[in-house]
Design a binder for this molecule. Structure first.
Ligand code: ADP
Length: 339
């Protein structure tokens, strides 16, 4: 008589690895509303879906900023801002680019497969040459190669971008193809993860909100300052009298309401029918922004009061990435004959 053994239970499937995404952000200091709605909200969301690596790109900043103390301060402010707005170091990896110097070694190696003509035709290079004509340094030209290195050193396959930025990634993909075809399949070609992010106009209602323009709403400022900034916003310029109907589709205040509550259509209707005036709509927006950022504002202040905690989080992020960066560099050196 044979006894049939019950088959051993199959081992529980390993949790599916989440695809790895990489994104870099300039250390531009304390963040404003445009940074949050246009980039950071997506960062926070993506950390739950992907293995997310977020890098504060201080090497890149050196191509246009040369004040060491300011760079150090802004790097910490950016880190504290990201943490205060919801990046969770247990869920994602947040680090500073220069804490993993392998990025620059890889960038140099990638330079040797990148034709200068590709870099010279990059729109951002042309734009930056115009913006800083007295400082057209070599770093400006090779910026996209360092960007490619940032992504591929961790073999990240995905990069979050807005629909209008897909072209930026194309050069990284070309560099990867050039490397792989010369030295063998080494890096995945990074793909775009398209994210829905608005371009936020500044308080002038015309230009993109930006520190360099001075038209920002500073989400971590005191409530009074936020209120003043919101109350100074330019609305629908054709609405002269309180009784004139408003046009929410061209009014920046109405557009921003979309990001602060589900009832924006009701608010828009009030504007269209002149039931509400611009001042009412601004007051409500100011209240909502102040309330929405109340906790992040407190967290930001707490983090800035404990710089050593922020530095520890950043150091731990860089340390976590050490094995990945070193493994890639060992492979690349081997492939390129650097032994
Ligand atoms: P600033 O122009 O104020 O110096 P940065 O260039 O440092 O801002 O931007 C950091 C991130 O925030 C980038 O991902 C950028 O696309 C996003 N961002 C900045 N300003 C805006 C804006 N007005 N609307 C949408 N996204 C923005």
């Amino acid at each position: 008589m044979t006894t049939e053994l019950a088959p051993a239970p199959a081992p529980a499937p390993a949790p599916a690895a989440r695809p790895r995404i990489f994104s870099g952000i300039q250390p531009s200091g304390i963040v404003h509303l445009g940074n949050d709605l246009g980039a950071i909200r997506n960062y926070v969301r993506l950390q739950y879906e992907y293995e997310a690596i977020y890098c504060i790109v201080d090497y890149h900043a050196l191509t246009s900023s040369h004040d060491p103390e300011l760079l150090r301060t802004r790097t910490r402010e950016m880190a504290a801002s990201l943490l205060a707005l919801g990046l969770d170091p247990e869920r994602c990896t947040l680090f500073v680019q220069s804490h993993r110097p392998e990025h620059t070694e890889l960038a140099w190696l990638l330079c040797t497969v990148t034709p200068v003509s590709w870099l010279e035709r990059t729109p951002t290079y042309k734009e930056k040459k115009q913006n800083q004509p007295d400082d057209i340094n070599h770093g400006l030209l090779t910026y996209p190669v360092l960007q490619a290195a940032d992504i591929v050193i961790y073999k990240a396959s995905l990069v979050p971008v807005g629909k209008d930025q897909a072209a930026h990634l194309e050069l990284s993909r070309e560099i990867v193809r050039a490397f792989n075809s010369r030295y063998g399949e080494t890096f995945p070609e990074p793909q775009a993860v398209f994210t829905e992010a608005p371009i936020v106009l500044g308080t002038d209602g015309v230009k993109k909100m930006s520190k360099s323009v001075g038209n920002t709403i500073d989400i971590f400022a005191e409530p009074d300052t936020i209120r003043k900034q919101v109350m100074s916003m330019v609305t629908d310029t054709k609405r002269i009298l309180r009784t004139d109907p408003g046009r929410p589709e061209v009014c920046n205040v109405c557009q921003l309401h979309r990001s602060f509550g589900d009832d924006y259509e009701t608010i828009w209707e009030g504007e269209r029918t002149a039931r509400t005036g611009c001042v009412d709509t601004k007051r409500l927006l100011a209240d909502r922004i102040i309330e929405h950022y109340r906790e992040p504002r407190e967290r930001y202040a707490e983090l800035m009061a404990q710089p050593e905690l922020v530095d520890e989080i950043l150091a731990a992020g860089a340390e976590r990435l050490r094995p990945k960066a070193q493994a890639t560099m060992a492979e690349v050196r081997e492939r390129m004959g650097l032994r």
